[in-house]
Design a protein around this ligand. Structure first.
Ligand code: FA5
Length: 337
């Protein structure tokens, strides 16, 4: 019997090749070569027909044992190669969780939000409650209840946008004075931050939409001295103890007497000093108390533009920059306050 007819020799040769198969493709080729229809072991089985019965029995057993050993070797090599392929894939796809990540840009609070929050902190620490009111107002709360007679020219200074049902976008935060008084009993101290609107020719210091902060204090013997004191406390808290403040006579229909107020402000970098004119103030007019159904009390109110308080100290030269969402502007105030 030559080697190509010896099942044991064929088996040895097959086992060696199977062991050397480096990947699943090579192993599949081994299987076809050794166990396929044209393989040497299949050829040996075909040759059984020409043997004597005794010979056939012994030789057939040998060939089948060789086939089974080859099949078992292929199966076990296949398991090995599959495990190795999985290891290689895991190694390839390994993620190093300790590597530093890549960051997208993070958001931050807008300068106007920061200035508003700072103001609310100051007033809350002085014992004021914070309330907000509707931006879409009635003509009654925005004007009539605040002692603006229907044809009074003071209404022209606060031209605004009207809805078809006769309501308007509030021109100031003062409408909350009467709204609040109707719902509460004095004494109280409140501040009202919020968005207001005016039909303005927009320029570097005027927007059609801006923000105000209103303060209202009502009690039994509230005086002009209390008003001056409240503005002084705000100035001290914002710009440091002993900051100078100024009241100049002015007219608003809903206060009597009325004034405009300013804070003496020194630029921390340039050292430049100037009056920062913030807004209006005064003692609540008796007609406003009447509109709210109040008697026997006194009170003061003041209101000012928040943009102004952000523009001058933070060096923003144009009010329109607050609303353009330009990151070159916004990024500069990320760390401020
Ligand atoms: C008022 O709005 C009064 N309600 C203020 C007040 C409250 C007086 C309580 C008395 C008692 P005035 O129209 O002056 O007042 O506006 C107040 C501030 O809002 C101004 O000083 C300015 O800082 C700001 N302001 C007014 N118009 C604009 C505008 N178009 N753009 C940006 N800020 C503005």
């Amino acid at each position: 019997m030559n080697e190509s007819q010896d099942p044991t020799a064929l088996k040895q040769a097959a086992l060696q090749e199977i062991q050397e198969a480096g990947d699943l493709d090579a192993l599949q080729q081994c299987r076809v070569r050794w166990l396929g229809k044209k393989g040497p072991l299949t050829a040996l089985l075909r040759s059984l027909g020409s043997m004597s019965p005794e010979e056939r029995k012994a030789f057939g057993q040998d060939v089948n044992a060789a086939k089974q050993a080859v099949q078992a070797a292929i199966d076990s090599r296949k398991t090995e190669l599959e495990a190795a392929a999985l290891d290689a894939q895991l190694e390839n796809e390994r993620v190093d969780v300790t590597l530093p990540g890549t960051h997208g840009p993070s958001g931050g609070l807008h300068l106007l939000t920061k200035v508003t929050n700072r103001l609310l902190d100051v007033f809350q620490s002085l014992g004021y409650d914070v309330v907000t009111g509707p931006e879409l107002e009635t003509e009654h709360y925005n004007f009539s209840a605040l002692n603006f007679p229907p044809e009074h020219p003071a209404r022209d200074e606060q031209d605004t946008f009207w809805t078809e049902d006769g309501r308007l976008l509030r021109t100031h935060t003062s409408p909350m004075q009467v709204r609040y008084m109707e719902q509460h009993k004095p004494p109280f101290k409140v501040v009202v931050p919020g968005k207001v609107f005016r039909n303005e020719a927009v320029d570097a210091t005027h927007e059609a939409q801006f923000h105000q902060l209103e303060a209202l204090v009502v009690g039994e013997r509230v005086t002009m001295a209390d008003l001056k004191g409240a503005i002084q406390e705000m100035a001290d808290a914002l710009f440091g103890e002993g900051t100078k403040t100024r009241l100049q006579p002015s007219f608003f229909p809903f206060v009597e007497p009325g004034a405009e107020f300013a804070i003496w402000w020194t630029h921390p970098k340039t050292g430049k000093e100037e009056w920062l004119e913030l807004g209006g103030c005064g003692m609540v007019h008796p007609n406003v108390f009447k509109a709210a159904g109040y008697e026997g009390v006194t009170g003061f109110a003041f209101g000012f533009g928040i943009e102004r308080l952000a523009m001058v100290p933070y060096g923003v030269p144009d009010i329109r920059w607050f609303y353009q969402s330009d990151l070159r502007v916004l990024d500069q105030f990320r760390g401020s306050l």
